[in-house]
Write a protein of this length. Structure first.
Length: 167
């Protein structure tokens, strides 16, 4: 579905670049069921005084510990965190609203195909956790991709639709 988003793009996917995906509580449960040794692949990072789980990278590499270089696939694909499942999309806040975006050099692409995927993400329980902790998610994105939206063109797809989790 995401192949050939842009024939001129030389960006790597999140599995093999410097991005460190966050692992929310709901994601961690799924990973625990998929990988009995999950704890060696999770680290804790500090985001504005909060301790948050994230996926580790391989030693001296930008590849995720779950990335299988030989097959080019994720070893926990069905249990991967919501932060991974968002790719190639992102969310930005403009004033008091949240918007789906896609970083793209090809601003004239027809993105209608993405609607089903975005709706599926919005209906996922893990997405609700991400949005309830959006400040952590967005601060983390700024830490690993400072000024990304300023240097990489993006297309605003539509407003994010979600229901807050009840406390």
């Amino acid at each position: 579905m995401f192949e050939n988003l842009c024939s001129n793009c030389n960006h790597k996917n999140c599995c093999t670049d410097s991005a460190v995906p966050l692992v929310f509580a709901n994601d961690l449960k799924k990973i625990m069921n998929e990988d009995p040794e999950y704890i060696k692949n999770i680290k804790t990072i500090n985001i504005k005084g909060r301790q948050v789980n994230a996926l580790k990278k391989k030693e001296a590499s930008t590849e995720c510990t779950y990335w299988n270089e030989k097959t080019g696939q994720c070893r926990i694909y069905n249990a991967r965190p919501i932060d991974c499942r968002l790719y190639p999309f992102d969310i930005i806040q403009i004033k008091n609203s949240y918007y789906w975006i896609v970083y793209s050099c090809n601003k004239d692409s027809d993105w209608r195909w993405s609607e089903n995927h975005l709706t599926t993400l919005e209906n996922d329980e893990s997405f609700k956790h991400l949005m309830n902790d959006f400040d952590v998610f967005s601060d983390h994105t700024k830490m690993i991709l400072p000024n990304e939206s300023e240097k990489t063109p993006y297309v605003i797809l539509r407003k994010v639709v979600w229901n807050k989790l009840e406390s």
